[in-house]
Design a protein around this ligand. Structure first.
Ligand code: UDP
Ligand code: MG
Length: 331
């Protein structure tokens, strides 16, 4: 999608960018920044952190600007409204000046910043994509764990050549070339897990323990998770569209058998006119199936409609770059 990306100043830019999308995260951000700075102490390369305010309704922007005032390594991107995490993340990647690598991490401290040095170490071994893989899902209900597991299984089956690594969120490091590849994908429906997997490049997993949220509330509920799964499936496979074909074929075969049964029955035993319940059952059943198939087609059609509008992914209300330079090596 030919949506414009902001010009990035690459001269004298730091090597590593940390991209942090945040929506109503005023409570955790100062703690996040403190832990991030602590975790990256002595990492040996210049880094910046790009905070993206995704139209928060609290004082998140002020907190970010405050952090930026005190720390030249912080950049702030303020989006014009709430666009959702996937787009906030993309905005952050667009504005990341890191010349060598970019790390994507949540603001709520569920992705521990202390894992970043391990990601960087694996990247130094030569991997373009180093994704953090969860060992445990502490503080999450078994229903959420079970639905997540089911979702990964379905995606594995449907994904074809693109394999989604299980138990992996957006927390990861990408080399500059992998990031540039990802940023070429400008589709509106951004199922990030899928896009990350789609670009390929040598990848490696680093395992870690996922902590419960430090403060604030998750913005996820089951309805959103269901829509997220739909997004994942419909942006990555057209398999559901084929269901109609096979289902229709199956029904046709069964219907032919039934036809033979009824016709021979009528010929040999006369016609007792007893077809009303079976007629109604078959009509209602097929009506339901047809509605469902129309719905599936509609899901795809709606996405095609959204993509054809070719709108920019987001608007930036303000961007204040970090004031860190390439030479500034962390001590
Ligand atoms: N987020 C965002 N825009 C949104 C919703 C969430 O930028 O519309 C950010 C949020 O601030 C956090 C990250 O995305 O840094 C993950 O969100 P959350 O913790 O709610 O999701 P979960 O960890 O439950 O998957
Ligand atoms: Mg979270």
């Amino acid at each position: 999608m030919p949506t414009a990306r902001p010009e990035r100043s690459m001269t004298d830019a730091p090597a590593l960018s940390i991209v942090v999308p945040a929506y109503n995260e005023q409570e955790v951000l100062p703690e996040f920044h403190r832990r991030l700075a602590g975790a990256l102490e002595g990492i040996g390369i210049a880094w910046e952190v790009v905070y993206v305010n995704d139209g928060s309704r609290d004082t998140t922007l002020d907190v970010m600007l405050g952090l930026q005032r005190d720390d030249p390594r912080a950049a702030v991107v303020n989006l014009s409204r709430n666009f959702g995490k996937e787009i906030a993340l993309t905005a952050g990647l667009d504005h990341a000046r890191g010349t060598e690598a970019i790390v994507v991490i949540d603001a709520d401290l569920q992705d521990p910043p202390e894992v970043i040095p391990a990601l960087v170490a694996a990247w130094r071994e030569g991997f373009d994509v180093v994704y953090a893989q969860r060992n445990t899902r502490e503080g999450e209900t078994w229903v959420k764990k079970a639905t997540a597991a089911g979702f990964y299984r379905v995606m594995q089956r449907l994904g074809g050549k693109v394999k989604l690594p299980p138990d992996t969120g957006d927390f990861r490091l990408m080399s500059r070339r992998a990031t540039d590849a990802l940023l070429k994908l400008r589709e509106q429906h951004r199922f990030m897990k899928g896009l990350f997997a789609w670009i390929g490049f040598p990848s490696k997993a680093v395992r870690y323990d996922r902590a419960p949220r430090a403060a604030g509330e998750t913005k996820w509920n089951y309805w959103k998770l269901w829509n997220f799964s739909l997004e994942g499936i419909t942006s990555f496979t057209v398999a559901p569209l084929k269901v109609a074909t096979y289902f229709g074929f199956g029904i046709a075969v069964l219907a032919s058998c039934y036809l033979v049964f009824i016709v021979t029955g009528t010929l040999f035993r006369g016609n007792p006119v007893a077809g009303y319940p079976s007629l109604l059952a078959v009509t209602l059943f097929l009506g339901g199936v047809q509605m469902m198939m129309l719905g599936i087609i509609g899901e795809y059609l709606g996405r095609i409609f959204n993509e054809t509008k070719q709108r920019p992914l987001y608007f930036t209300e303000r961007y204040s770059p970090s004031r860190i330079s390439a030479g500034a090596v962390e001590t």
